[in-house]
Design a protein around this ligand. Structure first.
Ligand code: 5AD
Ligand code: SF4
Length: 450
């Protein structure tokens, strides 16, 4: 008699950054190749995986509350396998399984390559824990999967491509270097090969990912920079747009900006987080630049790259941040004229250098500073988008709008979000849109050409 093995259904929920989205995609690709089937509803799943983020306490709290809720689901379905992947798994290790007895698997970001055999070991006889003790081990396994299942991509026309893993910067507030390990760049030939395969599969836009993407190439022989890599990727047929995130201000060179300006497919958009406008705070954060350097970098980038748009991140309420320090941050934000800006309340991360400093800015002050920055950015964001009214822009269509399925959403090369009415699903196509209205987040218009 032939016994047919039931296909296992897996549900993945991803928290945090784009790197996690890529890790989840690669993990699901491996699982699908091993015979699993991906489901969109967790109540259908035999395996529930949470790919987690530790960058702030708030991100961790969200996962804790999801795990609390899964307890009830597991009581109803005892055979259910629950796995915690990613940064929280690395940070908490076995403690996570002790605190939540429903957890069957704890798997750090550098062990996700082993996910299939690890799940095979989850047989109800106690938690399986796979985390890396050594910062220098195993990085290559994560984002550098040579045989990526390109057909498992969530979006047909766009793909994230890991070009480096880990981080060696050790900004004093940041837990990433401890959890994602040492910085390792991927050989350019592997990246070119992967992007060719993605293009053959219908992908028209790629986003190169690295925690510190503009230091790409450090440690590779022969020497190669991000500018060189972009020049190698630009000629690949089928690819229309190339983006890269996230850039560190201290490594944003004129050479890179010249490459962005010269290469037709590389988009005019940079995400270069300043974190603070106060030199005292930047020093304590160990960022390696001053507010003056940051402003000079912006001026250089804008001189070299026509129409470039820049996004930033700030942390408010870092230990010892005074109102005067904060005013310097506000002044930098106003002068920088970012397209978008992400603002975070400082959250002490155990084990980091900043966690040794007293978290002395009260939460209500952090909240108020956060609001003031967001409000100032909202005015800038609206002004920039209103300036497009009456003009036409070219947008690459992403798919139906999240808020209103009757409309489509696309992006310009410099990352303005564009909504428009569309007769059909134009995902992956370039359209020309005449802009008629603007909000701080997006512009809306009518298609004048497909
Ligand atoms: N607290 C608050 N925000 C943080 N970030 C990183 N670490 C912390 C922390 N401990 C922010 C930075 C970074 C973004 C991804 O998250 O602004 O650019
Ligand atoms: Fe964290 Fe700084 Fe590395 Fe970014 S560059 S991941 S903020 S340590």
């Amino acid at each position: 008699m032939v016994t047919r093995l039931a296909v296992k259904k897996v549900f993945m929920q991803t928290f945090g950054c784009q790197m996690n989205k890529l890790d989840s995609e690669l993990a699901l690709g491996r699982l699908v190749r091993a015979g699993y089937c991906v489901v969109r509803d967790k109540s259908d799943a035999d395996v529930i995986l949470l790919n987690t983020c530790s960058v702030r306490q708030h991100a961790e709290d969200k996962v804790f509350s999801h795990l609390g809720a899964l307890k009830r689901l597991k009581e109803k379905r005892p055979g259910l396998v629950v796995g915690v992947l990613g940064c929280m798994a690395q940070k908490e290790g076995r403690k996570l399984a002790k605190r939540f007895d429903i957890v069957d698997l704890v798997c750090g970001p550098r062990r996700i390559a082993d996910l299939v055999p690890l799940l095979g070991k989850c047989n109800g006889s106690g938690p399986v824990v796979a985390v890396d003790g050594d910062r220098r081990s195993g990085n290559r396994a994560v984002s550098f999967e040579a045989d990526r299942a390109v057909e498992c991509r969530p979006m047909k026309h766009h793909a994230y491509v890991g070009v480096m893993a880990g981080c060696d910067n050790f900004c004093s507030y940041c837990v990433v270097p401890y959890l994602r390990g040492a910085e390792v760049s991927r050989p350019p030939a592997d990246i070119v090969e992967e992007v060719r395969r993605l293009a053959d599969d219908g992908c028209v836009e790629i986003t190169l990912l690295g925690q510190n993407v503009n230091s790409y190439g450090v440690g590779l022989e022969p020497k190669v920079t991000l500018a060189d890599l972009l020049a190698m990727l630009d000629p690949i047929d089928g690819i229309e747009r190339i983006n890269f995130v996230t850039s560190h201000p201290k490594d944003l060179t004129r050479e890179l900006c010249e490459a962005v300006a010269a290469l037709p497919k590389v988009c005019e958009y940079l995400h270069v987080p300043p974190q603070s406008g106060s030199d005292k705070i930047l020093g304590l954060m160990k960022r390696g630049y001053t507010s003056k350097h940051y402003r000079e970098m912006l001026t250089m980038a804008r001189e070299v790259i026509p129409d470039v748009e820049i996004a930033g991140d700030f942390i408010v309420g870092f230990p010892s941040e005074t109102e005067e320090d904060f005013m310097r941050t506000l002044s930098l934000l106003k002068d920088a004229e970012f397209l978008n800006c992400f603002v975070f309340k400082y959250s002490p991360r155990p084990g980091t250098a900043a966690a040794e400093l007293e978290d002395d800015v009260p939460d209500e002050v952090k909240r108020e500073r956060n609001q003031r920055l967001l409000q100032a950015q909202e005015e800038i964001s609206l002004r920039k988008r209103r300036a497009l009214i009456g003009h036409t822009v070219e947008a690459l269509v992403e798919g139906p709008s999240k808020r209103d399925a009757s409309r489509m959403t696309g992006r310009t090369r410099n990352n303005y979000i564009v909504h428009f009415e569309s007769p059909g699903n134009l995902a992956g196509r370039l359209v020309t849109v005449r802009i008629t209205a603007a909000t701080p987040l997006a512009v809306t218009g009518d298609v004048v050409e497909q």
